[in-house]
Design a protein around this ligand. Structure first.
Ligand SMILES: N[C@@H](CCC(=O)N[C@@H](CS)C(=O)NCC(=O)O)C(=O)O
Length: 215
């Protein structure tokens, strides 16, 4: 058995943050597929009892420990590996600030938007989609501006703040109905920088469950 198990599925950008980190630090890890679409597995009593009471993927299993919330998992892996780790109080606080902003307002809106537009049956209410799209455009512009003056979110080197923010950004443009790198040029260059890191893989090549049956 590998040292780390990551409960995840290919369509989950929230999980991708952690799968990518594990691969970039060259950890000994294996995915445990969560059947989100057919079974709604995170909502089952078994999952909530045995894996995560919050009913969410990703979950990182490491020995007796089971951790959820991608920001917590990224911090744990950074502390253990020393890689992508914010150094000193200022960097630690700055990374946390961007991770929380990302979880709530960047990928926190982008994930549900893509789900409602691309996977939900029936698709989401157009008014809900329009609300989310407005927030997404605004918040991606904030990230783009940040990246205009520095190569990575905190500065010269990539940290867990970057690995959090890439969550849904490599998924195909047709799943969103708009092209994020084409519309945000600093985000585009930053995505290419992260893509060039040794161990980078696309979410559909890193986690199980793609393509979905019948698609
Ligand atoms: N803030 C959480 C978000 C996790 C999350 O929302 N995961 C989704 C899958 S992408 C999930 O498991 N949702 C369960 C549900 O909607 O029932 C994180 O970053 O880990």
């Amino acid at each position: 058995m590998a040292e780390y198990q990551l409960y995840c599925f290919a369509q989950s950008g929230n999980s991708y943050r952690c799968a990518l980190m594990l691969n970039l630090i060259d950890a000994d890890w294996e995915p445990v597929w969560v059947d989100f679409f057919a079974k709604g597995e995170p909502r089952t009593p078994e999952f909530r009892t045995n894996v995560n009471e919050m009913g969410e993927a990703p979950v990182l299993a490491h020995g007796k420990r089971k951790l959820s919330q991608s920001g917590v998992i990224l911090s744990y892996l950074a502390d253990r590996s020393g890689k992508f780790k914010p150094e000193g109080e200022d960097e630690r606080l700055e990374a946390l600030r961007w991770i929380i902003f990302d979880n709530q307002k960047v990928n926190g809106f982008l994930g549900p938007y893509r789900f409602l537009r691309n996977f939900a049956k029936p698709p989401g209410d157009p008014a809900v989609l329009a609300f989310l799209k407005g927030r997404i455009d605004n918040n991606l512009a904030i990230v783009d501006k940040r990246l205009a003056s520095r190569p990575f979110v905190l500065g010269a080197r990539p940290t867990i703040a970057d690995l959090s923010l890439v969550a849904y950004l490599y998924y195909p443009a047709e799943e969103f109905g708009f092209d994020i790198p084409a519309q945000h040029k600093h985000i585009a260059v930053w995505l290419d920088r992260i893509k060039a890191l040794p161990g980078w893989k696309h979410p559909y090549d890193l986690m199980p469950g793609h393509p979905l049956p019948g698609r």
